[in-house]
Unconditional design. Structure first.
Length: 627
């Protein structure tokens, strides 16, 4: 047995100054052998007398130096207090029979047979020949038989891990029983290859899965599926890669899966995550619900990256976190009739279509298969297209970096809320662009500060964009720091700013008011709110401007209007307070304090005014509604 350190009384403990500590072999009255070194070569006195420390009328005790033992022991203190067993940890069972031994988890209270724990890990090489492809005697059929035997043993034990060594191994098909996982040495270290034009790994029961392994279809056999499951719950995937299959992963229903660091590469369709009853295959599928995928990359897929789809069962309440979609020539993410789908920290780059959102086409199931609740939070969209069609209720893009993306909104019923996002000038919006709604959380905020004089001081402001109108609602509190005087104000204001204007020439077709204007060279976009048309020349009034239109470039709208820009875009002028009001009655202990909205160029400010030689603490809470 190894040495163990007896940690009791290594630090000062109150009430034990000068105590006598005797170390007994546990369960006996025999004194244990104790030592002052971990190698157990320098014997220590037994019993030990603790040192004494007096501090503030209190007494503390401590061992003079650490002590060690190789036995299971208990401590006796002054023949009054006793400890329970202090046991050294086992490091080997060589030449020992521990088949009846029991253990407890650190957080558990029940004894578990040691043998039962060991049975949860099955080494595939213990159950047949298992040879890598580099071995001249390697056989896919032989390796498959070995895997099947090992899976059978794990299944008979109630589930467990089938451990596969490092290397590349050929096989055909296997089915994972409930609770059984195939576990390799890392998804780049252990590779299972199969060129079967069918489901290569089938999940046959709940709580099965894969870990630290790559499943490689080699040459995208027609009909090949890397991992298939139907109506199986709690599927566990950890540090895996599915590569070179017609379909990487196909789920016909299933719930509460937990996937971590799952990569998909070079498949036709990366993952079909479907609510599917499988009407043609037994009608024993299920909803696809409450599943979570955290970490990984989906790349180089030709048809689709990931599909969340209502087939004939719900596809609801699913989450993807920190997954990248890269270099996908089809649709990277397809949301077909799925509801309450959340994506956190995901990114898209080099994809033809980043995402496509639409309802399912079964009009008899609209209570289940229209898109409601699609939330993108964080991450980025770079290049490619994004299409939104159908219901699109509660679709939100929040805190994303969006660059060079072409959005097409084909008559969505709901607005697409783009909140606190950064968009570059290459972002374009076509179709029903009025449904693309931008919002920044800065439009609602609280500030606090102090004044020490009677000067109007900016406490909050907002930069009004050309063509924007708004309604501001402010509640203001003033509280004198070194006195009891206070003030309370409720201010509202209606605000606006004229739209920017752009002169044009060489018009070949009339513009349509309400359409989205796009610069042919710059890619800048804007909403047309008025057109002063003089034939070949004229002036457009614009709002919702993204980017900068270039002098001389051709500008078009979605209805065929076309002309060339003549000069630079006007600024739109200063912001305007159209109406300012006081709600309720001001409470003001000292005449002269004040809170009021004011114009400062393109900004509207909420200014507070205190009093000379008086320190006033101000709290300002403003809500802004802008259009």
């Amino acid at each position: 047995m190894p040495a163990q350190r007896i940690s009791d009384f290594e630090t000062w403990r109150e009430g034990y100054g000068g105590a006598i500590v005797t170390v007994y072999v546990f369960g006996t009255t025999t004194k244990a052998s104790i030592y002052t070194d971990e190698a157990l070569t320098v014997a220590a006195a037994n019993p030990q007398t603790l040192g004494t420390l007096n501090l503030g009328g209190r007494t503390f005790g401590k061992l003079a130096q650490p002590i060690y033992t190789a036995q299971a022991v208990s401590l006796d203190i002054d023949s009054t207090d006793q400890t329970g067993a202090i046991r050294p940890a086992l490091t080997t069972l060589v030449a020992a029979d521990a088949s009846q031994a029991t253990v407890q988890a650190r957080a558990g209270s029940q004894d578990i047979q040691f043998r039962d724990i060991l049975d949860r890990v099955v080494n595939a090489e213990d159950h047949g020949v298992f040879l890598p492809t580099s071995d001249p005697d390697a056989s896919s059929a032989t390796n498959t038989a070995t895997l099947t035997a090992a899976i059978g043993v794990a299944s008979a034990n109630g589930g467990g891990d089938v451990v596969i060594p490092g290397g590349t191994f050929g096989f055909t098909q296997v089915t994972l029983s409930a609770g059984v996982r195939l576990v390799g040495q890392g998804h780049e270290a252990t590779v299972l290859q199969s060129q079967t034009g069918d489901s290569v790994i089938t999940v046959g029961g709940d709580e099965a899965g894969l870990a630290h392994i790559k499943i490689d279809g080699v040459d995208n056999q027609s009909g090949s599926v890397g991992l298939y499951a139907k109506a199986k719950d709690f599927i566990r995937l950890d540090d895996i890669e599915m590569k070179n299959f017609e379909t990487g992963i196909h789920m016909q229903g299933g719930r509460k899966a937990q996937w971590h660091d799952v990569d998909i590469d070079g498949c036709g369709t990366g993952a079909k995550l479907h609510g599917d009853n499988d009407a043609s295959g037994g009608a024993d599928g299920d909803h696809f619900m409450f599943n979570e995928w955290d970490g990984g990359i989906v790349q180089n897929c030709t048809t689709a990256g990931v599909q969340f789809s209502y087939v004939d069962k719900r596809c609801w309440h699913n989450t993807i976190k920190n997954v990248g979609f890269e270099s996908i020539s089809g649709v990277a993410l397809n949301i077909n009739g799925a509801r309450f789908t959340d994506l956190y920290g995901c990114w898209w780059t080099g994809c033809t279509t980043n995402f496509a959102v639409d309802d399912d086409d079964d009009t008899d199931a609209i209570t289940e298969n229209t898109v409601i609740g699609l939330f993108f939070r964080g991450g980025s969209l770079s290049g490619g297209a994004a299409t939104l069609t159908g219901t699109c209720q509660d679709v939100v893009l929040e805190a994303m970096n969006i660059s060079d993306v072409d959005f097409t909104l084909t008559s969505p019923t709901g607005n697409i809320l783009v909140q606190d996002c950064i968009e570059d000038s290459d972002v374009t919006i076509s179709g029903q662009g009025t449904k693309y709604t931008r919002w920044r959380r800065v439009n609602e905020g609280r500030s606090s500060g102090i004044t020490t004089d009677a000067t109007a001081t900016n406490a909050w402001s907002i930069d009004v964009q050309p063509g924007q109108i708004g309604y501001l609602d402010a509640r203001v509190l003033g509280n004198r720091r070194n006195g009891t005087t206070i003030a309370q104000y409720h201010r509202v204001a209606k605000i606006s700013r004229p739209g920017s204007s752009s002169a044009y020439e060489n018009q070949t077709a009339n513009f349509t008011v309400g359409g989205v204007l796009t610069g042919g060279t710059s890619g800048a976009t804007a909403r047309i709110t008025a057109d002063s048309d003089s034939g070949a020349t004229g002036t457009l009034t614009l709002r919702d401007i993204v980017g900068t239109f270039a002098d001389g470039e051709t500008i078009t709208d979605g209805s065929g209007g076309s002309a060339d820009v003549n000069g630079s875009l006007s600024s739109g002028g200063n912001a305007v307070i159209d109406q300012a009001d006081t709600l309720g009655t001001d409470h003001e202990d000292v005449t002269g304090w004040n809170a009021a909205f004011a114009v400062n160029g393109t900004k509207i400010e909420l200014q507070v005014t205190g009093a000379a030689s008086t320190t006033i603490e101000w709290v300002v809470d403003v809500k802004a509604v802008l259009s």
